[in-house]
Ligand binder design. Structure first.
Ligand code: UTP
Length: 474
C-alpha cells in the first residue's frame, strides 16, 4: 500500500516528504495511524509556525522591542480592603454563586516537563499532611462552594493528548474529587507539531508518529468551543466563567470579591494580579497602551523599563499576571471564532525524535521549537478589562520544579499551604504551635466563616493546635 496521493502531494508541496521515510516498514495499522495524523494536521497553521521558526533561525527575533513608552499599569482594585465597595463586591459575588451562574475552566493539558513527574500534574500529591493531589485540592474548593451556596459550579477541565486518558481515569476512580460527574466536562486541547531548530522540518518521534505538543493554555477557547463545552456552559446558565491553572493549589478563582468586582464593573475579562516587586521576577505584567490592555511577557519587557519605579517606589510595570481570570461568557462566544488566530509563542525545547536511520535521539540540549497560544492574548479583544490585585501569600503557590529546586518546588508549595492555614486559623482565634504543619481540608473549609464556626464549636481544646493537623469542618 502506498501513501494516499493527496497526502504525498501535500507533503511534497510543503517539503516534508521525510515524514514518510519509514512508510515501507510500517504495519497496516501504523500506516493508517500516520496517514490519519498527517491528514489531520492544519497545514495553514503549520505554515505560520514554520515562518516563525525561520525568523527565529535567521535571528530576525527578537523583533523590534514593544514600544511601551506611553504604556502604564492600569488601575487595580485591591482585594480584601475594608471599604464599602469591597463589601458590595463580595455581596455581588455571593449572589452569583448562590444563583449558580458561575462556571469554571481548569487548564490541565501541560506536559509538566520541568516537574519531571510521570503522570498529569493534577495527580501530583501536594497536601502537606494529607498528600491530597492538586486535582483533589482544586476540585475540593468547588465542592466547598456547592456545599455553602447550594449550587454547583460547572467545571470544564482541559486536558491534552499528553494528559487526557490518565486524567479521565484518575477522576473516574476518585469520584471526581467530590463533584458530581454531571458537573464535570472534560475536553482535550489541540496540538501543534514541533519544528527542528536547524532545518525547516517537522520531526517524527516514532516511525508512525509526528512529534507534536499541546498548543498552549491559549488553546483553551478554540477547543472549548469545538468540543461543545462553551455551549454546555450556556445550557447550564453560566454567565461568568473563571479559568485557573492546575499547578496552583492556592488559586482562589471563586473568591466572592473577585467575582463581584468582575460583575459590578461589567468586564469582559477580569484578571488577578500580584505586585511584581523586583525587576528580575520572571512574571508577565499587565499593561495598558493606547487604550488597549494586554500582558507583556517578562522576556519582552526591556530591562530598563522593567526596573523603572514610580514615585511611590513600586515598579512602573508591576501588575504580575498569575493566570486566574474571569470572563463574561458572551465575550468567549464572541471571540471563539478568533481563537485560532491568537499569536503563536515560540519556545526552544528538547524534543525526542528519530534520526534518518530510525534511531531515537534524546537531546540533551534544546533542538526544536514548540508553539503555544496564551489565554491572556484574548485580553486586547475585551471591551473592558478589570484588574484585581491579590496577596501572593493568599493566592499563588505554583508547582513547576522538582523537589530540591530553589523556586516553585513541592516543598515550597507545601510550606505556602501550611502558612496559609496557620494565618487563617489565627484569624479565627486558633493558634498553632511554632514549626507545626497544618493543612485546611479544601473540600470542607471554604473560608474563614468555616474556621470561626470550628473555633466556636469547642472541638479544638483551648483553640490551640500542638500537633500536625488536617483541619476539617463538620
Ligand atoms: P506551564 O506553562 O507552566 O507548563 O503551564 P507546564 O506544562 O505545566 O510545565 P512545563 O513548562 O512543561 O514545565 C501552566 C498551566 O497551563 C496549563 C498547564 O497544565 C498548567 O496548568 N497548560 C500549559 C495547558 O493546559 N496546556 C498547555 O499546552 C500548556
Amino acid at each position: 500500500m502506498t501513501p494516499p496521493d493527496q497526502l504525498t502531494e501535500t507533503l511534497r508541496q510543503s517539503r516534508q516528504l521525510h515524514l514518510l521515510a519509514f512508510w515501507d516498514t510500517l504495519s497496516t495499522e501504523g500506516r493508517s495511524r500516520l496517514a490519519s495524523q498527517l491528514e489531520g494536521l492544519d497545514w495553514n497553521q503549520i505554515s505560520d509556525c514554520r515562518q516563525r521558526a525561520a525568523q527565529r533561525r535567521e535571528q530576525q527575533e527578537p523583533s523590534a522591542p514593544i514600544d511601551l513608552s506611553s504604556a502604564h499599569t492600569p488601575p487595580c482594585h485591591q482585594l480584601g480592603e475594608a471599604t464599602d465597595a469591597a463589601t458590595a463586591a463580595r455581596a455581588r459575588g455571593h449572589e452569583a454563586l448562590a444563583a449558580g451562574t458561575v462556571g469554571a475552566i481548569l487548564v490541565a493539558g501541560g506536559q509538566g516537563t520541568r516537574l519531571g513527574f510521570d503522570a498529569p500534574k493534577g495527580t501530583f500529591p501536594i497536601g502537606p499532611l494529607s498528600h491530597a493531589t492538586l486535582f483533589e485540592i482544586l476540585l475540593g474548593k468547588l465542592a466547598a462552594v456547592r456545599r455553602r451556596h447550594g449550587k454547583p459550579v460547572p467545571l470544564a477541565i482541559m486536558t491534552s493528548t499528553a494528559t487526557d486518558a490518565a486524567t479521565r481515569a484518575f477522576l473516574e476512580s476518585n469520584q471526581h474529587c467530590g463533584l458530581n460527574a454531571d458537573d464535570v466536562f472534560i475536553f482535550c486541547q489541540g496540538t501543534l507539531p514541533a519544528i527542528a531548530d536547524d532545518a525547516d522540518c517537522l520531526l517524527l518521534d516514532a516511525p508512525d508518529h509526528v512529534a507534536v505538543a499541546p498548543d498552549g493554555h491559549g488553546g483553551m477557547l478554540g477547543a472549548l468551543a469545538a468540543s461543545g463545552g462553551l455551549a454546555w456552559f450556556g445550557e447550564r446558565g453560566c454567565q461568568t466563567i473563571v479559568s485557573f491553572q492546575v499547578d496552583n493549589p492556592l488559586a482562589q478563582p471563586l473568591d466572592a470579591e473577585f467575582l463581584g468586582q468582575h460583575l459590578l464593573t461589567a468586564a469582559d475579562f477580569s484578571t488577578q494580579v500580584i505586585p511584581k516587586l523586583h525587576p528580575e521576577e520572571r512574571v508577565g505584567v499587565v499593561v495598558e497602551r493606547d487604550g488597549v490592555t494586554e500582558v507583556v511577557e517578562y522576556s519582552d519587557l526591556p530591562a530598563a523599563l522593567a526596573s523603572e519605579r514610580r514615585d511611590d517606589g513600586r515598579l512602573r510595570f508591576d501588575a504580575g499576571s498569575i493566570a486566574i481570570h474571569a470572563f463574561d461568557r458572551r465575550f468567549l462566544e464572541r471571540t471563539a471564532a478568533a481563537a485560532d488566530s491568537l499569536p503563536l509563542h515560540l519556545a526552544h525545547k528538547k524534543v525526542p525524535h528519530l534520526d534518518a536511520t530510525g534511531t531515537v535521539i534524546e537531546p540533551t540540549e534544546p533542538n526544536a521549537f514548540k508553539f503555544e497560544r496564551f489565554i491572556f492574548d484574548l485580553m486586547p479583544l475585551a471591551n473592558r478589562v478589570t484588574l484585581i490585585e491579590v496577596d501572593p501569600a493568599e493566592s499563588f503557590a505554583p508547582l513547576k520544579n522538582p523537589a530540591g529546586s530553589s523556586s516553585d518546588s513541592p516543598e515550597l508549595v507545601q510550606q505556602a499551604l501550611s502558612d496559609y492555614a496557620r494565618r487563617h486559623l489565627a484569624a479565627a482565634g486558633i493558634s498553632v504551635a511554632p514549626e507545626v504543619t497544618v493543612e485546611l481540608d479544601a473540600a470542607s473549609i471554604l473560608d474563614d466563616t468555616d474556621l470561626v464556626q470550628l473555633a466556636d464549636s469547642g472541638k479544638l481544646p483551648g483553640n490551640r493546635i500542638d500537633q500536625p493537623l488536617i483541619v476539617r469542618a463538620g
